[in-house]
Design a protein around this ligand. Sequence first.
Ligand code: SAM
Length: 221
Amino acid sequence: MQDSFKHKGMRIKLIEQIREKGIVDEQVLQAIEKLPRHFFLESAFLEHAYQDKAFSIGEGQTISQPSTVAFQTELLNLTEGEKVLEIGTGSGYQACILLELGAKLTTIEINKTLFEKSKKMIADLGYKRCRNILGDGSQGYPTIAPYDKILVTAGSPKIPKNLVEQLKTGGIMVIPVGDRFSQEMLRITKTADKGEVEIETFDNFRFVPLIGKFGWQDQNL
Ligand code: SAM
C-alpha cells in the first residue's frame, strides 16, 4: 500500500477536525498526521480512512474514531520510553500511535485473526518496541508488570482491579467504563501502592465490549 500526497492532504484536514474537538497535544497530532490510517483498513474502504469515524475491521470489531484515539492518547500523558500496556490491539492503529510517541509497548488482542494481522502490520511498519500478545487483556499481562501507563480500548463494565494492581505508583490508566451502550472515559491515577486511586471522568463514548474474565464474560454480546 502507498502513502500518497493525496492521503497526506487528507490527514492534514483530519487533524484540523481533531483540533476543533479540543485536542491540543501537538505530539499526538503529529503522530496522527504521520501515520497512514488507510493502511489499517481494507483497501475497498480507503475513502473512509480520513473521516473522523470508527470503522469495521472485520471479526465484528472496529478501528476507533481518530478523535477518540487522540483523546485517549492525550489523557495518557505519555513520555518517551514509558512502559505501556494496551488492551485491545484491534487493527494496530492505536498501538502505532503509542509507538510513534516512544512507548515501550505491550499490546494484547483476544481475537486470533486480528492479533495475527495487527502484529504483521506493526512489524511491517518497522516498529521495534512492540510485544504483541494473544490473550485475555482484561487480566492484564502480569509477567512484565508494573506499567507506567495502561490504555484500554474496549468498553469495560467496571474498573478491573487487577489492572490497577499492574500499574506503577503514579501510573495512569485510561479506560472507558459503563454499560454496553455508553461508557464514560475514566483516567485513573494510582496514588499509592495499596491500590488507592484518583479518578477523573470525561465524556461518554461507545466502544465494543471488553470481553474476558474481568470484562463482560458473555462473549456473545
Ligand atoms: N485499538 C484498536 C485499534 O486501534 O484498531 C481498536 C480497538 S477495538 C475498539 C477493541 C478491540 O478490543 C477489539 O479488537 C477486540 O477484539 C478487543 N478486545 C475485546 N476484549 C478483549 C480482551 N479481553 N482482551 C484483549 N482484547 C480484547
